[in-house]
Design a binder for this molecule. Structure first.
Ligand code: SF4
Length: 227
């Protein structure tokens, strides 16, 4: 499979935020989100076998722990990534899969926790989520919405209610988008949507979603890769 990088850091998002995590970042994406902070994954990378990836993960986190399969869009390499996830599960890892939900998710191994990033109107890639994937969701999965303004918020609020997401999955995550050129300051000044404003909208509407800040961008320089 084509890999951009494998590294260990702190998980920045989801209900697993704050935990040590090995990230396996696959090369290539079929979307072009306006605020994408992973454009460096679109091309390049290097070929690795499933066994080589597994060995590198084991070196960084011996004996188990948290692993996130991300990209790019990892499901573009489903033929290799599905058996990799199976093997990691069998070796005792907790496996997260970060995906846009544009590709079919039905064949993702049952034990994998899917973090599905449903694209909102201002992402530049609206309506790319495959609604058939709603049937592939399991109670341990999480749905994420990256929001840049009130239009995105209302889309996420209404999508979650319409599809009864709160009873289907472990968490619905509302995440303020960061400027793609964010660098230097490790604070909310580089969020496209002020988290305080988002929190106030959520409280006013009684939305039971979880406010999801990308904590790695508050711990390290937001421009830093490999963290
Ligand atoms: S799906 Fe992810 S990697 Fe692909 S363009 Fe959007 S934010 Fe970037």
């Amino acid at each position: 499979m084509q890999i951009t990088e494998i590294y260990k850091s702190i998980q920045g998002e989801s209900t697993y935020a704050g935990l040590p995590c090995v990230f396996v970042r696959l090369t290539g994406c079929n979307l072009r989100c306006t605020w994408c902070d992973s454009e460096y994954t679109f091309t390049g990378g290097h070929r690795m076998t499933i066994e080589e990836v597994e060995t590198e993960v084991a070196g960084l986190s011996p004996g188990g722990g948290l692993v996130e399969i991300t990209g790019g869009e990892p499901m573009l390499q489903e033929r290799d990534v599905a058996p990799l996830m199976e093997r990691l599960l069998r070796s005792g890892y907790t496996v997260l899969l970060e995906t846009s939900g544009e590709r079919p998710l039905a064949r993702v191994p049952n034990g994998v926790i899917k973090i599905v990033d449903v694209k909102c109107p201002n992402s530049g890639e609206p309506d790319t989520f495959d609604s058939d994937n709603l049937d592939a969701l399991r109670p341990h999965d999480e749905l994420k919405f990256v929001l840049s303004d009130r239009t995105d918020y209302e889309f996420a609020r209404d999508f979650a209610a319409r599809h009864d997401l709160y009873s289907r999955v472990n968490a619905v995550l509302f995440s303020p988008a960061f400027s793609k050129d964010a660098a230097g300051a490790r604070d909310t000044s580089q969020c496209l949507l002020d988290p305080r404003e988002l929190a106030e909208w959520m409280l006013a509407d009684n939305v039971p979603a979880r406010l999801n800040l990308q904590i790695h961008k508050f711990v390290w320089d937001p421009a830093l890769k490999g963290v």
